[in-house]
Ligand binder design. Sequence first.
Ligand SMILES: NC(=O)c1ccc[n+]([C@@H]2O[C@H](COP(=O)([O-])OP(=O)(O)OC[C@H]3O[C@@H](n4cnc5c(N)ncnc54)[C@H](OP(=O)(O)O)[C@@H]3O)[C@@H](O)[C@H]2O)c1
Length: 344
Amino acid sequence: MKKYNIAIVGATGLVGREFLSSLAQWDIVNNLYLVASARSKGQKVQFKDKTIELITVEDALEEKIDVAFFCAGSSISKNYGPLFAKNNTIVIDNSSYFRMDKDIPLIVPEVNGHELHRFQGKIIANPNCSTIQLAVILKHIEDLYGLKRVVVSTYQSVSGAGQKGVDELNNQILAYGKGTTYEPKVLPVAADKVFYQMFNNILPQIDLFEDDGYTKEEHKMINETRKILNIPKLPITVTTVRVPVFRCHSESVNVETYQDINIEEFKEYLKNQQSVIVMDDIKNQLYPTPLHVAGKNEVFVGRIRRDNSVEHGLNMWIVADNVRKGAAYNGLQILLYLIENNLI
Ligand SMILES: NC(=O)c1ccc[n+]([C@@H]2O[C@H](COP(=O)([O-])OP(=O)(O)OC[C@H]3O[C@@H](n4cnc5c(N)ncnc54)[C@H](OP(=O)(O)O)[C@@H]3O)[C@@H](O)[C@H]2O)c1
């Protein structure tokens, strides 16, 4: 396989570190540039047998880079993504900044990777974490039975809020063990004024509220799912919820279809699909849980059953690692798709 000069912008963050460990499993790196904020410049990070010094985005712009994974937040993507693209670097962006731009593909390779064949630009968007796992399964339902309506409730882990979210829950658990409390400063929304304890709690808010009563996270899931599946008017409604779990997002998904569903056939079909693992054996109480799925690349699905309240419908439980398939692994899959299809 050809090798590339690759940059990870946000290399010290949760997603950036996962990119590092995922990349280590592929022999595609020529030079690796690890980018973080000016605060981290000069610190050293290990990649395979190499020790790499962290640099800033400005430093990275001086280098000849083939592909840059951006995972340092929307403002860095907004300000620097286009500059890297201008330097002929392919930017695979994990932030939400470019996702709904009509000229920028929003890609889950096994769902709509084909869109990359007719794409001439340089910036490719990686979807929202909870959207990716949903789209992987909905695509098959659309292909088989036609999607009529989708209702989703999420149970999202604190790692979705970055390292700060993880630290906050951890500190609250440690404080509880010592019989004290740890003041929340990050969740539900770091940029807001009101905070709630996450430990021993459930927060029905992810990201800021919009005027219609939905949160930005809910809008992302609705809009991005429609874009990825290329069904602009898909009736879909979402409630996103933060739960005191470190890793993996879980989703209770109800789907109404146009055609009748044979549940057993559907399960068999899913078992043969790329990046899907069916874990559904209620006799043995087998279904996916965040603890089981953490650290895995696939989308796990269980509790698949008929919804008897509508003519054609089903319920299911979908779990995936939000930092892997929901971020770094999907980003890496985009690059692998480009390589395998000679698009880079
Ligand atoms: N966590 C998830 O499940 C998830 C899933 C999908 C997408 N995303 C998206 O991925 C991005 C990163 O998320 P995360 O969870 O990894 O966040 P995180 O843990 O908070 O990491 C943020 C990273 O950005 C770097 N950074 C901050 N300011 C910078 C600057 N001025 N220049 C260069 N780098 C800078 C930080 O470097 P320092 O260490 O130097 O501060 C750190 O490496 C966000 O856009 C997020 O929305 C996250």
